[in-house]
Design a protein around this ligand. Structure first.
Ligand SMILES: Nc1nc2c(c(=O)[nH]1)N[C@H]1C(S)=C(S)[C@@H](COP(=O)(O)O)O[C@H]1N2
Ligand SMILES: [Mo]
Length: 394
């Protein structure tokens, strides 16, 4: 009997605390709406650029990605990583701000029921996306094969839940933004004992937008040259690396040191299962050389322009008699990795700047950059700029 009474009192107390929290500006609907809009913008840009990156890497038949302008992917993928980074403090602030709202009893309003149910995929998905994205940027892949698929599919779930969330809450946000409300903490509890300083709306927003902008400043330099000096958080500074370019995976890590250094290395062009022609290094160097300024734009957000010299891939394919409408797979000496192969569509290899590169920034390619031969094409994700080539398969 007395246990039941205690329970009732506990419930009354927690309800009172919840209502006091909700009356404070940092937890009110206006704060939730402002953070929600900022998050909505960040997630939308992040989602669209992410889907684009996925389409480029796994193109369905209807999708065509042009090799021009050469630096576009660098911008879209930079925006992907920057908006994802910016969203982290905004999401934390939003969750903290709306937390007391979870303890408001559920009524019978079907919209409210749907809204509550979609909070699970929304919050879970958003945390998962930002966390796995961050792990990928730091190149910590506890689950190498799992990451891209999970990151891609959970994105759709999260955005689906986000659309439902916006539909269910837009009217509340609009109302909260239209009404001018004071940014002051409401008088503290009537008991008068609670005198702890309170976070105001202005304080919370200043913290979240300030932290967000700060994070962007210290990471954007991995792709925006003038911010380069400010890169603190990005795991790789674009101006640090062999031959003035970062290395994502070294020859030793890829297990190709021996094979790439062999004197009898050849590039083989294979058409319909038949080895049509092969080239040694001297043969490739004797062909007309072309130089192009092209960026390596890694999916992890860093990018860096460099000067590449080599043979146009189309010249090599012409010597093998390959027709202009065939997709070509480039294969690396690296057999076991995820990035040992990539597809080069006709509109890409017909571009004269799609190079089988022999030199980087005026020097023979370093082993870690793909010696003896690597692919470098305009407007292409870094993961598809295959290093240590040994075979073109048509
Ligand atoms: N064979 C092979 N090619 C590869 C890779 C790899 O691991 N193996 N990494 C790719 C990735 S993820 C990037 S960003 C670029 C980096 O090129 P760099 O090391 O010359 O800067 O190479 C790409 N080519
Ligand atoms: Mo990459």
């Amino acid at each position: 009997m007395s246990g039941a009474l205690d329970l009732a009192r506990l419930r009354r107390d927690s309800t009172r605390r919840r209502d006091e929290a909700l009356a404070r500006s940092a937890h009110d609907e206006r704060t939730a709406a402002i953070l929600g809009i900022a998050l909505g913008i960040a997630f939308t840009v992040c989602f669209l650029t992410g889907v684009l990156s996925h389409l480029i890497q796994h193109p369905p038949s209807w999708f065509e990605w042009s090799p021009r302008p050469a630096g576009l992917y660098r911008v879209t993928q930079g925006a992907h990583v920057v908006t994802g980074t910016a969203a982290v403090p905004l999401l934390l602030a939003k969750l903290w701000s709306v937390w007391p709202r979870l303890f408001v009893a559920l009524g019978r309003d079907p919209i409210e029921l749907v809204h509550r149910a979609t909070l699970v995929p929304l919050v879970g998905g958003a945390l998962f996306m930002l966390f796995t994205g961050y792990l990928n940027v730091t190149r910590w892949y506890p689950w190498e094969f799992f990451f891209p698929r999970a990151h891609y599919w959970v994105a759709w779930v999260t955005v689906g839940a986000l659309i439902v969330h916006i539909a269910a809450r837009a009217h509340i946000a609009r109302r909260a933004l239209a009404r001018a409300t004071a940014d002051v903490a409401t008088p503290e509890s009537s008991s008068g004992v609670d005198t702890a300083p309170r976070v105001t709306r202005r304080g919370l927003l200043a913290w979240s937008f300030g932290t967000s902008a700060g994070l962007v400043l210290v990471t954007a330099g991995q792709t925006v040259p003038i911010l380069r000096r400010m890169v603190l958080l990005a795991p790789r500074r674009p101006d640090i690396g062999i031959q003035d370019l970062p290395v994502n995976q070294t020859a030793r890590e890829a297990g190709v040191t021996e094979a790439a250094g062999r004197a009898d290395w050849r590039l083989v062009v294979e058409v319909g299962g038949i080895e049509k022609v092969s080239f040694d290094l001297a043969g490739l160097r004797a062909m007309p050389q072309r130089t192009a300024e092209l960026p390596i734009a890694c999916v992890e957000g860093w990018s860096r322009s460099a000067t590449w010299t080599g043979v146009s891939m189309r010249d090599v394919l012409a010597l093998a008699g390959v027709a202009g409408d065939r997709t070509v797979e480039v294969r690396s000496l690296e057999r076991n990795g995820l990035y040992g192969r990539s597809s080069v569509e006709p509109r890409v290899w017909r571009d004269a700047d799609t190079l089988l590169a022999l030199e980087l920034n005026g020097e023979p390619l370093h082993l870690d950059h793909g010696y003896p031969l690597r692919l470098v094409a305009p407007n292409r994700p870094g993961v598809m700029q295959t290093k240590w080539l040994e075979r073109l398969v048509v």
